[in-house]
Write a protein that binds this ligand. Structure first.
Ligand code: PLP
Length: 247
């Protein structure tokens, strides 16, 4: 794919600059290259260009591509889309990180599947981000958290889910994931990311976690704002690979 390497370098430079502006270390930010709709050969070329974290929103697609890169060392596969309950075993078998846990039922099923496939026993636990809906957009999935700081019920539901994830065998709590509202102005987007970071801080204190929660937020159109607001994982597709193939 022509130009991928250059676009990748440009994204790395933008990550570096956004981190520097925010007084952060660029190395503290993980770039998840979102390869959805692109064939396994493109992922292989991305690996050769230096990428090591790959994200797919459909877990079937992740399960299909992963075997093509089984001889390439050091890859982490991220399932970034919400899961239907009948597909949890695919994530349990093939994902290293899951960014879109939006219901406790999914956590329980994943834990069960990770016990069944041996990952609980061999220590290859699944790192999980809880998806939070901080924008209030009805089309967004995730735990409803628009009013987490004034609505005790919303806050308690998230706390309970996070607590469960820390207790379920096979799952480790990585942090929170959010999506900015579509077509929103930069100020609104920044507010959503800012409030997500505050929510993570609150949750960390509530659960008395010793490690800070990580933040998966920011895509092609808004990853620099996300980094300025504390993102540790940005999920970027089009800025690296170009406009997606139609599926
Ligand atoms: C597709 C997708 C991305 C990447 O989107 P781009 O706009 O191509 O950067 C990030 N996160 C999720 C959940 C996605 O489905």
């Amino acid at each position: 794919m022509t130009g991928m390497s250059e676009r990748y370098t440009a994204v790395l430079n933008r990550i570096h600059d956004a981190a520097t502006r925010a007084g952060r270390q660029p190395n503290d930010i993980t770039l998840v290259a979102v390869t959805k709709t692109w064939p396994a050969e493109t992922v292989l070329a991305a690996y050769e260009a230096g990428m090591r974290h790959f994200g797919e929103n459909r877990v079937e697609e992740l399960a299909e591509k992963r075997p093509y890169l089984q001889n390439q060392r050091g890859i982490t596969w991220h399932a970034i889309g919400t899961l239907q309950s009948r597909k949890t075993s695919l994530a349990a078998d093939h994902a290293d990180v899951f960014h879109a846990l939006d219901r406790l039922k999914i956590a329980h099923r994943l834990s069960r599947d990770l016990a069944a496939n041996g990952r609980v026993a061999d220590g290859r636990w699944l790192a999980v981000f809880l998806e939070v809906n901080v924008s209030g957009e009805a089309s967004k999935s995730g735990f409803p958290c628009v009013h987490w700081d004034t609505n005790a019920t919303q806050a308690a539901a998230l706390r309970t889910a996070a607590q469960q994830v820390t207790q379920l065998p096979g799952l480790t709590l990585a942090g929170l994931m959010t999506m900015a509202p579509w077509d929103a102005d930069p100020v609104t987007i920044r507010t959503v990311f800012h409030r997500t970071r505050q929510l993570a801080g609150w949750l960390q204190a509530e659960l008395a976690l010793t490690q800070p929660l990580q933040l998966s937020m920011g895509m092609t159109d808004d990853f620099e704002i996300a980094i300025e607001e504390g993102a540790t994982h940005v999920r970027v597709g089009r800025a690296i690979f170009g406009e997606r193939h139609q599926v």
